[in-house]
Write a protein that binds this ligand. Structure first.
Ligand SMILES: [Cu+2]
Length: 434
């Protein structure tokens, strides 16, 4: 299908997957994998609707595949082998040609299984930023800053209930522990747009910046109906937040993880105003605070009918449970009583509206992700909302959540928990739209 002349034409972007030794702090190295010898991978800027070709060379010793998280792509190039994207064998190269859509803050990352190997899959440095710019660019900022939150050198540790989960030695922002990376240099009066993605294989993160508040404008790359100011951001694995920072408090400040143990593992960076010197100031927040619903559309006026209720919505109940697999083993995960690949493939009719009704009966939180779509949050733990569009949502332990989307992506779409240890242990299923 690919002509010779086309195959020889230069790609718009090239990614080489290879082993990499990441210096997270002076003389402290993490042996991992990276795209083009850098962690995180380069910011790829694409224009909405303008086709691109990405050449990927796999110089690792294992199969690889690149997933374009948050884009609406055909299953052959979306980057999940379960949907039908071919893997790239060790030593081989492949080309991804696609038309990026929709505009917004996306990211790209490996989509292979890791299992018990905490040096593979999302545990590695195989992640990077992807910004799809709208045809007409409305962004007006003095600086646009991309931050990736990641955890490294995990070891599986047994918890009280006997199940296993990873504990990490290093936590970083853009691959560096606090104080090792270049400071973020700002000037008084600047407006900075932060694009933050949690690329951790398993752990959620809370981020604050002393002396400043974040004005959240998008979640997972989609504009929120009600942008608002918050003192901290919360991102579960794969979630993105874009937030404005107004630099109106000169000094040298720390931006970092709110939980002391994670900050101590390195997750922080210095923000330095021009002309200011000294040690970064960090004021420890005392509470954790985050609520998706504050970004939702405001409630309809008293007595007004709710116009957003669609006429015909098909509900799909999805129950999440774990099965204890024995001491020292990782739990098996189930959707409606079955683990992938035995999970039911749900048939969707093109154009039909669907409501996914999540019931998390387990004792873990799950950041669940639907490929090739965004969905609208409708109900979180009994509270209704509308207008917040996401591709990954955290369903907390013991709670229910409901989201809606219109089936408009023919073929297979993967649905899974974005926690690597959960998806690897069966927390995946497919939708087939025809
Ligand atoms: Cu999970």
């Amino acid at each position: 299908m690919v002509g010779k002349a086309l195959a020889l034409a230069a790609a718009d972007y090239s990614l080489t997957i290879a082993p990499y030794s990441l210096e997270v702090a002076p003389k402290k190295f993490v042996k991992t994998m990276a795209y083009n010898g850098q962690v995180p991978g380069a910011v790829l800027r694409m224009k909405e609707g303008v086709p691109v070709t990405v050449e990927v060379a796999n110089r690792s010793e294992d199969d690889e595949v690149v997933h374009w998280h948050g884009l609406f792509l055909p299953p052959e190039v979306d980057g999940a082998m379960e949907e039908g994207t071919p893997h790239i064998a060790a030593g081989a190269s492949a080309r991804y040609t696609f038309t990026p859509y929709p505009a917004g803050f996306r990211w790209y990352h490996t989509h292979v299984m890791a299992g018990h190997d905490l040096k593979r899959g999302l545990y590695t440095g195989l992640h990077g930023f992807l910004l799809v710019e709208p045809r007409e660019n409305p962004a007006r900022y003095d600086q646009e800053v991309f931050l990736a939150l990641h955890d490294w050198d995990g070891v599986m540790v047994g918890s009280d209930d006997g199940s296993m989960s990873p504990v990490y030695r290093h936590s970083t922002i853009n691959g560096k522990r606090l104080g090792f990376g270049e400071p973020l240099r700002v000037k008084q009066g600047q407006r900075v747009l932060l694009h933050v993605v949690n690329t951790s294989a398993t752990d959620p993160h809370w981020i604050a910046m002393t002396g400043h508040k974040f004005r959240v404008v998008t979640l997972d790359g989609s504009a929120v109906p009600t942008p608002c100011e918050v003192s901290m951001l919360h991102l579960s694995p794969a979630e993105r937040v874009s937030a404005e920072l107004v630099m109106d408090n000169p000094g040298v400040w720390a931006l970092g993880e709110v939980r002391r143990s994670v900050m101590a593992a390195g997750m922080g960076m210095v923000v330095e105003y021009a002309g200011r010197t000294g040690k970064p100031v960090w004021q420890q927040p005392q509470t954790l605070d985050w609520d998706y619903l504050q970004f939702g559309a405001s409630a309809p006026q008293d007595g007004a009918a709710v116009p957003s209720a669609p006429v015909n919505v098909t509900s799909i109940p999805l129950v999440f449970e774990s099965k204890f697999a024995g001491h020292g083993a990782m739990d098996r995960w189930m959707i409606n009583g079955k683990s992938f690949p035995d999970t039911e493939t749900v048939a969707l009719r093109q154009g039909q509206r669907y409501r996914l009704v999540f019931r998390n009966k387990s004792m873990d939180d799950h950041p669940v992700h639907l490929h090739r779509h965004t969905f609208e949050l409708k109900k979180m733990a009994g509270r209704e909302t509308r207008g917040v569009m996401k591709d990954t949502v955290l369903v907390k332990a013991g709670t229910e959540a409901e989201v809606e989307f219109t089936a408009n992506a023919p073929g297979l779409s993967l649905f899974h928990c974005h926690q690597q240890d959960h998806m690897d242990m069966g927390f995946m299923m497919l939708f087939r739209c025809s």
